[in-house]
Design a protein around this ligand. Structure first.
Ligand SMILES: Nc1nc2c(c(=O)[nH]1)N[C@H]1C(S)=C(S)[C@@H](COP(=O)(O)O)O[C@H]1N2
Ligand SMILES: [Mo]
Length: 423
């Protein structure tokens, strides 16, 4: 190792010089000095700054990688109120979207949504079973190993809580949009398992059940199950995280997050929609239009600059954001840097995937005067992300009922501070 050290030192010095060069005129280092809540991030201790190498004696160093102590982006409890049960825990924990680069949310930063507070069942995968029963020719019970023997798929999909909404009270993007994340999910298509079981005539709905005391249970149309629901055991290249449903969950692409049942233990094929705990207040009972109310509308948000950040001064900025739709792939994203008077196409990163976050960017030179930044998504079936006014008109009253996929305004003041632009 001794012979390696001089090389590494030389490299680190070069790296430092490069980073120093980039800070001139670039917005990012200054922006990153504030956390999502707008509070200054604690400066590194002298000791941490002088340490050039990590502690090689720590077995974790070899066993599992950790992020740099200088990287301190964290999730945050959103949605305020605790669960109304004996646990009294937080409902949802939001992703720090303001720091995200690209479409994939790191697993450790994936938002965490629960229906009754942040309890996480401890499940031994060797003991775990998935049962498929009800209106099927063959009732089946699978072990995790058996599930992994089926042909699998790996797909990028976002999950978004239907409660993800913006209001004038929200100061940061974690509060307004943090209840959506995007991961690469691996698992068996539910259609594969249902074909194995043989769905009987009239088995038009399924009920998916999770393992915890208050069951995370959802009704879903069998047609959606046959289309693209994944029974997932892995995310971002490794087993699911416990908070994301270890060892097994469904991912229901494009539908409200509450339907992506975690800690999955049972799927029952049934003849009709059943009102479950999860479904209450979320779905319409009329099967003819119920499925429509499941889908997340075309949506986007500028992640940087966003509320609580601070621009160091006028000049060049790369405006960055995420766009998605519950009805397919994003086909276009438009950005306005003048409060909506003019709109320009943003650059999309990579090939947009269906029901997945797509990263976008837009080159912008800020003249230093107060302005409002906006973005809007147009999806593959031609849907356009609405303004807040359009959404309010739809609901026939101010504010947003139901899902909120409205355009998020970020107001830049002449001092460079960035604020929620909702009046
Ligand atoms: N079993 C079970 N599944 C569940 C929940 C739950 O509490 N229990 N919460 C739901 C809600 S409200 C959301 S928004 C998504 C969040 O998924 P995530 O925590 O992986 O982001 O999971 C859904 N699936
Ligand atoms: Mo949720």
């Amino acid at each position: 190792m001794g012979s390696e050290q001089p090389d590494r030192r030389a490299f680190l010095k070069k790296g430092a010089a490069l980073a120093g060069g980039l800070t001139l005129g670039a917005a990012e280092p200054a922006i990153l000095k504030t956390s999502a809540s707008g509070q200054a991030v604690e400066p590194q201790s002298q000791e941490a700054q002088s340490q050039e190498f990590h502690d090689y004696s720590d077995p974790e160093f070899v066993a599992y990688g950790q992020r740099s102590p200088y990287v301190n982006s964290v999730r945050q409890a959103v949605n305020g109120r605790p669960s109304p049960d004996e646990f009294g825990l937080v409902f949802h924990i939001g992703t720090p979207l303001q720091d995200q680069m690209g479409a994939i949310t790191p697993s450790a930063l994936h938002y965490f949504g629960t229906t009754r507070g942040s309890i996480v069942p401890h499940i031994d995968p060797a003991e775990h079973r998935l049962m498929i029963h009800g209106m099927v020719d063959r009732e089946l019970i699978f072990t995790m190993d058996e599930l992994k023997r089926f042909p699998s798929v790996t797909r990028l999909h976002f999950i978004e809580c239907a409660g993800n909404r913006s209001s004038s009270r929200h100061r940061t993007i974690i509060e307004s949009h943090g209840m959506t994340s995007c991961a690469e999910w691996t698992g068996v298509l539910l259609s594969t398992l249902l074909e194995e079981a043989g769905v009987q005539d009239g088995g038009d709905w399924i009920i998916a059940e999770g393992i915890e005391e208050v069951k995370g249970t959802s009704s879903l149309p069998t047609a959606k199950a046959m289309e693209d629901i994944i029974v997932a055991y892995a995310m971002n290249g490794e087993p699911l995280r416990p908070q994301q449903g270890f060892p097994l969950r469904i991912v229901v692409p494009g539908f409200e997050g509450i339907l992506s049942v975690k800690w999955l233990r049972r799927i029952k094929v049934v003849d009709q929609f059943y009102m479950t705990y999860n479904d209450y207040g979320h779905l319409r009972q009329d099967p003819a239009d119920a499925a429509l109310s499941y889908r997340i509308g075309p949506k986007s948000v500028i992640t940087s600059p966003s509320g609580g950040q601070q621009l160091p001064g006028s000049g060049f900025y790369e405006v960055r954001g995420l766009a998605w739709s519950g009805s397919g792939a994003v086909s276009r994203v438009e950005v306005s840097t003048d409060g909506g008077d003019s709109w320009f196409d943003a650059d999309l990163r990579g090939t947009p995937q269906r029901m997945a976050h797509t990263a976008f960017s837009f080159n912008w030179t800020w003249d230093g005067s107060e302005t409002v930044l906006l973005s809007r998504t147009i999806d593959e079936i031609g849907q356009i992300q609405p303004t807040r006014e359009e959404v309010a008109e739809y609901w026939g009253r101010p504010g947003v009922r139901g899902q909120d996929n409205s355009i998020q305004p970020w107001r830049i003041e002449s001092d460079g501070s960035v604020h929620n632009g909702i009046a």
